[in-house]
Design a protein around this ligand. Sequence first.
Ligand code: UD1
Ligand code: CA
Length: 453
Amino acid sequence: MQLEVIVLAAGQGTRMKSRTPKVLHTVGGKPMLTRVLEAVSALSPTRTHVVVGENGNDVQSIFESFDVNWVSQEEQLGTGHAVLQALPSLEKEAQALVVYGDCPLVQPSTLKRCVAEGQDGVGLITAVVPDPVGLGRIIRDASGRVEAIVEQADISLEQCGIDEINSGILSTSAKLLGTYLPQLSDNNAQGEIYLTDLIAEAVSDDVSVKAVRVNDFREILGVNDRVQLAQVERIHQQWQAEALMKKGVTIADPMRFDCRGSVTTGLDCAMDINVLLEGEIVLGDNVRIGSNCILRNVRIASNTIVKENTVIEDATIGRDCSIGPFARIRPGTTLDDKVGIGNFVEIKNSQLASGVKAAHLAYLGDAEIGADTNIGAGAITCNYDGKNKHRTIIGDNVFIGSNSSLIAPLTIESGAAVAAGSSITRNVSTDALVIERADQRNVKGGGTRFRRR
Ligand code: UD1
Ligand code: CA
């Protein structure tokens, strides 16, 4: 069987009140349309057609990596009209699957079920929902057979109580679409050509319409406004949290966990409340992330602890490290094993060898720091001269006293010690002690004179 998918993605979605096309609004950091296309691709269709509207170019430019046929629908005259625009691109003998681009949580298994039900007639995915208001209702006859779908705007008082709704996921042959779509009219409350009217037409011709209910209605929720966008986002996040917990991660509160990317973890990792993960995150065993941490494209090896309010971006961190609280690790940073980074320490584009400690208030930028070196409180690399960035190279076992300014380019060799408060402008050789500060003067009785002045 040749399967061709039609994804409806035209229009801004008036209820979104946005300049961005609706299907580009994100769930879990990905455009809704990406999620739908990913679910669709699991069925390996021979072709996927995406119907886009006046902002089609904005949409297409984001999906260059997807192999899809873009179909233009100049004016949004309804879902039936949208499918009609794709119809000429379909093979005559193909089976079609229609999916709406604003339904980002749909699972491949549900799409497959729909295709199976639509083999010799029409397959339709429905759901029983707690709040059907705004959705198309499934009308069944006394024997339970589907008769029609009625949209909210056209509903009668008795039909209001029906809680089985249309998901928008439908499968049938290209042939049947070709028979019924051109017959549909816009003679309804919204003046639109509804794809859903196809059901009543097919039923009146004795075409078999098989409606199957989805197991979990949350999967087929559509997004029409930003309230629904937030609801769908939370469901997605909850599912991700549950998947991680099932893999052995402790999540303090799944309602306060967000992942906008992918996470791979070992066993016994733990995340406290309000952790945000973005991009690609890889954690070893027993990595603990404190509350309010943000991690973006980060690899962390086993037994490392990231304490609360720490932000780490594009960095690789070894095992048995302790980072934070309130640390900021910026792109291009590599920390080897057993590194200790404390509060208000910022590190950018730097490599710290194992055992390095920077416990408080430091800035390390464009630096290479050898094993077991200690960076005192308030020490900074002056990596920028107002025009260019320069590197600071520090050897093993170096002691950098508090409040030192290391003016790059600079090399401090292994075993050296820099006295607190020094401004270092010239290279320091192995095992040297550098004191670069004015001599202290103690003036007898100066305290009294100071207060009298
Ligand atoms: C639609 C269904 C409704 C169903 C609900 C499920 C129809 C008439 N109604 O209603 O039965 O319960 O979805 O969420 O189908 N689109 C186009 N071109 C158009 C109109 C829409 O491409 O001319 C696309 C939109 O981008 C959207 C999708 O089709 O992704 C659905 O359209 P929308 O207006 O959101 O339909 P609903 O009112 O939600
Ligand atoms: Ca919708």
